[in-house]
Design a protein around this ligand. Structure first.
Ligand code: PSU
Ligand code: MN
Length: 341
């Protein structure tokens, strides 16, 4: 790939990278007020394969305290450099340590932070009221981009909720993917969201959506989180991590500022068959309606019921798919660094 790009263009790319950073304010080229750990600052300066991680899955995911540490080790074992992103005591931070995440979980008062919430917490912090924030995909992408991180691994993307055409409950993750150039590796979005409308919305937003297929099958679905398929075809297919890296590099060279979504189906051995998870989802969603769990109480109720209805299989799948996505993200980041050597 590198050989096909004229040298003049390659050095122009390097220059434009400098310019885009110098547009931001001073120390180390990062935005004012953004705290980037020493390790991550060095890694970014050296163009090493940094992988961003969100913190909502730790502060709001109820998957255990040691997960952040485990995730960091996993990424390192694949040659990546993990950068957990969160708002720690009102400070937007890139390169949060796993022990700080444990403290945030134990404090029990971290709020869920999407793009709209960032300056609320940071402003409060400046004014002396220090609040912890677990960043969602949208909040994490925003801060990752400010730090110059290009690849981000996580579990599941937010989406258009069922009935979203009326309620307009559409996750800020989707608009973030339309405006912020970070490549996200996720296992699609939860099967109780409206997946066809989610993909329509991402198309309108100009987000590249491609599903990993390992060259095995022709008819590939956009994954349904717990299930490898969803009944909705993916807009495009990517076979290797190198191909994904090449798409990221292309987008950067062309200066297209929208995000990229690489969907990675849950590993085969943990995937729940689509009819089984669909039946459980229908039951959980119906019960939630009947019992009046609406608005922000809806998702926690549905997730709790799915755990029970699947005999914990939904939780085991969730933990496994995050790990598989982090491995993919590390491999993509390594390939991306290689393409530029
Ligand atoms: N999907 C999951 N687990 C999660 C989330 C999504 O399986 O923890 C979190 C992610 O941080 C995602 C956010 O960015 O929920 C989307 O929330 P909302 O639907 O409120 O935009
Ligand atoms: Mn919402």
């Amino acid at each position: 790939l590198r050989r096909q790009v004229p040298r003049s263009l390659r050095s122009a790319c390097k220059l434009s990278r400098c310019f885009s950073l110098s547009g931001q304010s001073q120390s180390q080229g990062f935005a004012d007020g953004l705290h980037v750990s020493k390790e991550i600052r060095q890694a970014i300066a050296d163009r090493q394969p940094v992988v961003a991680l969100e913190s909502t899955i730790y502060t709001h995911g109820a998957m255990g305290k040691d997960l952040a540490h485990e995730h960091e080790e996993l990424i390192r074992s694949y040659g990546g450099i993990p950068a957990i992103i969160a708002i720690v005591d009102g400070v937007p931070t890139v390169g949060v340590s796993p022990s700080e995440i444990v403290q945030m979980i134990e404090a029990g008062n971290a709020v869920k932070v999407s793009r709209r919430d960032v300056s609320y917490l940071v402003g409060m912090g400046l004014a002396g009221r220090k609040i912890h924030g677990g960043t969602t995909i949208s909040g994490t992408m925003l801060l990752a981009r400010l730090a110059g991180i290009r690849v981000f691994g996580t579990g599941g993307l937010g989406g258009v909720h069922r009935g979203g055409e009326n309620t307009m409950d559409v996750s800020a993750d989707l608009t973030e993917l339309g405006r912020t150039r970070v490549a996200v590796v996720a296992s699609g979005c939860k099967g109780f969201l409206d997946i066809p409308r989610t993909l329509e919305f991402l198309e309108t937003q100009g987000c590249l959506v491609s599903t990993f297929a390992d060259g095995r099958s022709k008819n590939i679905d956009f994954p349904g989180f717990w299930a490898r398929n969803s009944g909705t075809p993916t807009p495009s297919v990517v076979n290797t991590e190198r191909e994904a890296a090449a798409m990221i590099l292309s987008q950067e060279r062309l200066n297209i500022e929208s995000g990229l979504l690489f969907a990675n189906p849950v590993p085969e051995e943990y995937g729940i068959p689509l009819p089984e998870i669909r039946a459980a989802i229908e039951q959980a969603v119906t019960e939630a309606d009947e019992k009046g769990f609406t608005g922000s109480k809806n998702t926690p109720y549905v997730l709790g019921r799915l755990k029970e209805l699947t005999g914990n299989k939904a939780v085991v799948a969730n933990i496994a798919l995050v790990k598989s996505n982090l491995i993919r993200a590390a491999n993509v980041a390594v390939e991306l660094a290689r393409l530029e050597d």
